[in-house]
Write a protein that binds this ligand. Structure first.
Ligand code: PBG
Ligand code: ZN
Length: 328
């Protein structure tokens, strides 16, 4: 009689037993934040309704109620004025960088909050690309040396996770070595954007972070969306070079990659990034009456967990914390 299924799902507790391993709790969520240098400013992001770019003085009030609801971790992105951008991303880790300024404050205000910093050069370069160009294309050596320098400097001011999103070859090895050399190896965790695809779903983010490439696109360093073998090689390479944790990005169109990554590396915490375009898509669909946001959102979370994600990076984190609170 094993073909009778309804007998296993006629009560809420029975239903939740069918979802073991897919529970959503605050520690399964990471909240991305866009930081700007105007300390008292809050700027709405046009392409992502409900999301704000924020100055340091607004950050504390924004996070306090979320931390009270159990927020476990944040992922910081810095945005600087275009006059501060150059060819080598000087202000990725200068004292004028909003992330460099925010990290020590956040550590002090919220001692239990886990602070992750996105590491990339594109928001701080005139050309908006993630690596540094030399003759005939990306100069790999200079790019990964600079990325490692930035990662170490985030670690020095107190970042507990550095997360390189640039996709330059061998940056994980370069960053790990630099962290060890700086004696930060036991204090800073390396989260690799391991399988990061060249995606149209990043559009709204590039508006939010003002990091659009000035020419060309990112297809020479991010993964082709149809590739699976190359994605698995990228993950394997980053594991071999010393990544502590792995990420697949974007989320919904790449659930197979998420599952394959978890199956291949079950002992590594796995992150998935529900990116800006996924946020906008869900937001606008709900806004236009296609469905009810909260229930669809929870369904996407379950999907990520079922496919193998331990932690979901999502702009919906505040709403999700509210949903989880209501479920209590
Ligand atoms: C930049 C970066 C991007 C995202 C995170 N870091 C955009 C890109 O690679 O063009 C995307 C995040 C999102 O869309 O929410 N290195
Ligand atoms: Zn970048």
């Amino acid at each position: 009689m094993a073909n009778k299924l309804h007998s296993g799902i006629h009560h809420a507790t029975l239903r939740s037993l069918q979802e073991c391993g897919c529970e959503i709790t605050p520690h399964n969520l990471m909240y991305p934040l866009f930081l700007i240098n105007q300390d008292d400013a809050v700027e709405p992001v046009g392409s992502m309704p409900g999301i704000m770019r924020m100055g340091l003085n607004k950050l504390r009030a924004h996070l306090t109620p979320l931390v009270a609801k159990g927020l476990g971790s944040v992922l910081l992105f810095g945005i600087v004025d275009s006059s501060m951008k150059d060819d080598v991303a000087t202000h990725a880790d200068s004292e004028k960088n909003p992330v460099m300024r925010a990290v020590p404050q956040l550590r002090q205000w919220f001692p239990d909050l886990l602070i992750a910093c996105d590491v990339c050069l594109c928001p701080y370069k005139k050309d908006g690309h993630c690596g540094i160009f030399g003759e005939g294309g990306i100069d790999n050596k200079r790019s990964i040396a600079r990325l490692a320098e930035v990662a170490v400097n985030y670690g020095r001011v107190g970042a507990q996770i550095v997360a390189p999103s640039d996709m330059m070859d061998n940056r994980i090895g370069a960053i790990k070595q630099a962290l060890v050399a700086a004696n930060l190896e036991n204090r800073v965790s390396l989260l690799s954007y391991a399988a990061k695809f060249a995606s149209n779903f990043y559009g709204p983010f590039r508006d939010a972070a003002q990091s659009k490439p000035a020419f060309g696109d990112r297809r020479c360093y991010q993964l082709p969306s149809g590739s699976k073998g190359l994605a698995m090689r990228a993950v394997q390479r980053d594991v071999q070079e010393g990544a502590d944790m792995l990420m697949v990005k974007p989320g919904m169109p790449y659930l197979d990659i998420l599952r394959a990554t978890k199956d291949t590396y079950p002992h590594y915490p796995l992150f998935v990034y529900q990116v800006s375009g996924e946020y906008a898509m869900l937001y606008h669909a709900a806004q236009n009456g296609a469905f009810e946001l909260k229930s669809v959102l929870m369904e996407t979370m379950k999907g990520f967990r079922r496919a193998g994600a331990d932690c979901i990076i999502t702009y919906f984190t505040p709403l999700l914390l509210e949903i989880l609170e209501d479920l209590k």
